[in-house]
Design a protein around this ligand. Structure first.
Ligand code: GLY
Length: 328
């Protein structure tokens, strides 16, 4: 990271005296870095129709705070919302009745933090940010993550609500203990933002697949799978069946495709097609990606119809139904 900052600063600092051939040779190793202008008009986008979350993130950006603060505070809205049964408090439990949360966060300098199988703490994304900022590690799991959260002042809270318990008890009657894939076609919140300084950050948080096998972890807390940001290029985040996203390291793939010159939309489409091509069962599940590049261009694509994403920019709030591989 230090090296990266040094290279960036020295490139900017000596721009006036760099010879044209040197600039050209740098550009050829990383076209997206050097051909894209810096975006300074803030924008936030998130998976699914989470208007309260994108509004909160937009408010934070408008006040001049960082994209990191914006994505954290944005997704916290969904973590606290008990009616959202796929994220945070009120999330559907695993098949043994435990609500376990996975989340990660990544900033403009490539710093990242993550928690997996976190119990009894609502704001998994904020614990992930603490892991990033207060430890030399990237990922904490289970009891260790929970202990770390309490040590950093996070309150202990029951995450299983009456509603989620009732549904789980119903599910047990007929389920034969099979997890439900993509219940209600709604899932993880992944959020990306650019701030006034043109810096990109992202966050991703989920309670995971409903009635999953105890101990199961999806893509959402895995940097590169559920979320990836490279501030020179852009960011991407995923929703849907995490196992398929992990297999393709989907978010990293999208950022690398953007680095090679693909638009966010093209990059999301290629990543979805990669999953489809490798998976005869693709009609049975949903995966969707959203992406943002340094110019502030956005894109989204999914396997099944029904996935949409929210953007909030100076042009206002928009809900965009993502194009899908399987047509309506
Ligand atoms: N995308 C969320 C999960 O699979 O856990």
């Amino acid at each position: 990271m230090q090296r990266r900052k040094f290279l960036k600063n020295s490139t900017l600092g000596t721009a006036g005296i760099l010879s044209a051939p040197l600039i050209a040779s740098q550009a050829s190793t990383n076209p997206a870095t050097y051909s894209l202008p810096q975006q300074t008009t803030p924008i936030v986008l998130a998976t699914w129709d989470v208007a309260n979350a994108t509004s909160r993130a937009w408010e934070v950006l408008r006040e001049g705070a960082s994209s990191l603060d914006a994505v954290e505070q944005g997704v916290m809205v969904e973590e606290a919302d008990e009616s959202n049964q796929t994220v945070g408090k009120g999330g559907r439990p695993d098949r043994d009745g435990q609500v376990t949360l996975d989340a990660c966060i990544m900033d403009q300098d490539g710093n990242c933090g993550s928690v997996v199988y976190l119990r009894n703490v609502v704001h998994a994304v904020s614990v992930a940010r603490k892991v990033m900022e207060e430890t030399p590690h990237v990922m904490l799991a289970g009891d260790g993550a929970e202990k770390f959260a309490y040590e950093h002042g996070f309150p202990k809270e029951e995450l299983l609500t009456q509603q989620s318990r009732k549904e789980w008890e119903e599910w047990k009657k007929t389920s034969q203990y099979k997890p439900i894939i993509n219940i209600e076609n709604h899932d993880t919140i992944g959020m990306l933002a650019i701030d006034h300084q043109g810096n990109i950050s992202g966050a991703c948080t989920t309670s995971g697949m409903a009635y999953k096998v105890a101990g199961r972890i999806g893509d959402s807390p895995i940097i590169g799978a559920g979320l990836f940001v490279d501030n020179e290029v852009g960011g991407a985040t995923a929703t849907g069946v995490g196992e398929e996203v992990v297999r393709t390291v989907g978010s990293f793939l999208i950022v690398e495709l953007m680095r090679q010159g693909k638009s966010p939309q093209q990059a999301c489409e290629i990543a979805v097609k990669r999953i489809v091509d490798k998976n005869p069962g693709y009609r049975e599940f949903q995966v969707g990606f959203i992406a943002l590049n340094k110019k502030g261009e956005t894109g989204g694509y999914c396997i099944q119809p029904g996935f949409n994403y929210r953007t909030y920019s100076e042009e206002g709030h928009h809900l965009t139904p993502a194009a899908s591989y399987i047509s309506n």
